[in-house]
Design a protein around this ligand. Structure first.
Ligand SMILES: *Cc1c(COP(=O)(O)O)cnc(C)c1O
Length: 394
């Protein structure tokens, strides 16, 4: 397998392991276990003297193909596929901390990610400090002698804030801490956290990697040493393994990732520009636009805009609801990364559990909407927004 392949080629051929039948499409090995020719062979497999699978909770052939393909794309040595994005996030964080350790995390996190560091980790004696991750000085100030992990998403959900990954990685290296980046919003195509100095990357494969709204999945990627010393035993014994059927679905999904993300990003960029000119819109945040609050960091660490757009209606909740209800092509859903364009009102859905103050800190107002652009014809999406906006009273 060539490491010099470009992403679109890696995503079609990377990690493929054909059976004796020479099938074109990857096979699904929907098996829990594996048989051994002899008792001696079983003993050798368990001792680690021979290569091969033991039990699907540890690893299995279809999952292995998915993991190898993701490693190639990400430039990682090792990966573990998990049943959901949250299984990936919680495994990546919890496998490397113990009571008495400290985590610093950006406060702008996907709701469940925030729960893991803010509520779950402290139950086990792991302290957590949440910071406004946009300013590097906040990360530095939060460091304590026992800080072991830095955790962030960039761009963030839903307001598409951007964090200087290389800057945080430099701080972490000074104190021997590890940086975990949830790279869902950037996709593996537009941002390479490991190249920027992060140590561990996690994805919800549920989003762009499946890309067609079918199954949940996640993946943790890092170097071999970190996986061997931290994730390996945690993964085997706590059991967040992905179903081989889902690994197969995701292998099929990932083949078309570059095509879909290209189309979604082009649509998102055009919709962002269109909305920015409308008088019923207070503001548009889009990482590909020059007026993004951190356009300099976007330029430094991302090679593409985003498939997501954050917009704020001047008319608050009433206007935001009216716009959503008037859209015909764009569907109302809290998911993202799908082939179908989806729009959500964070204050009443994904971020409803936060206090008003916490939402305000994140820039989420009653008029904020998050759009995930799908792969429909861009002109149909633009016409849909135009007709829907005309129904919003100003
Ligand atoms: C969706 C999402 C997750 C959780 O993934 P699931 O597959 O739903 O468990 C984590 N982080 C981000 C940024 C997400 O968008």
């Amino acid at each position: 397998m060539s490491k010099t392949w470009r992403p679109a080629t890696q995503l079609v051929h990377g990690g493929t392991h054909r059976s004796q039948h020479g099938e074109t499409s990857e096979a699904i090995f929907l098996t829990q276990g594996f048989v051994y020719d002899t008792a001696e062979a079983a003993e050798a497999r368990f001792k680690g003297e021979t290569d091969g699978y033991i039990y699907a909770r540890y690893g299995s052939p279809t999952n292995d193909m998915f993991e190898k393909r993701m490693c190639m794309l990400e430039g990682a040595e090792e990966a573990r596929a998990t049943a959901s994005g949250m299984a990936a996030v919680s495994a990546a964080i919890l496998c490397q901390v113990k009571a008495g350790d400290h985590i610093v995390a950006a406060r702008a996190l996907f709701g469940s990610c925030r729960w893991v560091v803010e509520t779950l980790a402290p139950k086990y004696g792991v302290e957590c400090t949440l910071v406004d991750g946009r300013d590097l000085a906040n990360w530095e100030t939060a460091i304590r002698p026992n800080t072991k992990v830095f955790f962030m998403e960039s761009p963030t959900n839903p307001t598409l804030e951007v964090i200087d990954i290389a800057g945080v990685a430099k701080l972490a290296d000074q104190i021997g801490a590890k940086v975990v980046v949830d790279n869902v919003f950037a996709t593996p195509l537009f941002q390479k956290p490991l190249e920027l100095g992060a140590h561990i990357v996690v994805y919800s494969a549920t989003k762009h990697i499946d890309g067609q709204g079918r199954c949940l999945g996640g993946v943790v990627l890092s170097d071999k040493k970190w996986v061997d010393e931290n994730l390996q035993d945690y993964f085997r014994h706590t059991g967040p393994a992905m179903s081989p059927f889902n690994a197969w679905t995701l292998l099929k999904g990932i083949e078309t990732l570059p095509l879909r993300v290209k189309q979604q990003t082009e649509s998102a960029a055009r919709i962002a520009d269109f909305l920015a000119d409308q008088n019923k819109i207070a503001k548009v945040i889009y990482p590909g636009r020059k007026d993004h609050p951190q356009a300099d960091i976007v330029a430094k660490q991302m090679t593409g805009g985003s498939t997501l757009v954050c917009l704020e209606l001047k008319g608050g909740k009433d206007a935001a609801f009216a716009l959503q209800n008037a859209l015909e092509v764009v569907k109302i859903s809290n998911n993202l990364g799908d082939a179908k364009s989806l729009i959500t009102h964070p204050a009443t859905t994904t971020h409803k559990n936060l206090t008003d103050e916490a939402r305000a800190e994140l820039g989420i107002s009653a008029g904020t909407l998050r759009l995930s652009a799908g792969i429909e014809d861009t002109d149909d999406l633009l016409e849909d927004f135009a007709q829907a906006l005309s129904k919003v009273s100003s």
